[in-house]
Design a protein. Structure first.
Length: 156
């Protein structure tokens, strides 16, 4: 072999080694990136799980009072006839409400009074204590009633 052929062979070996080292570096980089991705995925999953644990309020259930057992109402399947009787009954009830003189004077106040009358007493007391403006509400109602009655007087 001549000197020039040895030099070209040596250069080609060096090029090959350079390429191989480059490929190994690329391969190592890809594997390390994949490893980082899987690690970050695991961290994200654990972070999500921690977040979900933060929203888990089941531990507080031992401090809450037991709810009263609700009355069990048996649901009746509505067939055509029972649906018709229900509609007739509700229509009669609506007609009675619409013909009520207090409802005709001030519908909102009447509905409010109905809701107050049908609420459980404990809930009504808590609600009044929270707002602390019963006297203001009463004054407003009086003003509304007097304004509505005076406007009614003008209509007559």
């Amino acid at each position: 072999m001549t000197g020039s052929s040895k030099k070209s062979e040596l250069k080609s070996k060096q090029k090959l080694e350079k390429k191989l080292s480059f490929y190994t570096k690329v391969k190592d980089a890809v594997t390390s990136l994949n490893a980082k991705k899987t690690i970050s995925k695991k961290q994200n999953q654990s972070h999500r799980q921690k977040k979900l644990k933060a929203y888990d309020l089941s531990a507080l259930s031992e401090f809450l009072p037991e709810p009263a057992a609700p009355e069990q109402k048996t649901e009746v399947k509505l067939n055509c006839k029972s649906r018709q009787t229900l509609v007739l009954r509700e229509a009669a009830h609506l007609k009675a409400v619409l013909n009520n003189p207090q409802f005709q004077l001030d519908p909102f106040a009447t509905i409010h009074q109905h809701l107050l009358a049908t609420q459980p007493p404990a809930a009504a007391k808590d609600d009044a204590a929270k707002h602390g403006k019963n006297s203001k509400d009463k004054k407003r109602r009086r003003k509304k009633k007097s304004a509505s009655s005076s406007s009614q007087a003008m209509d007559i």
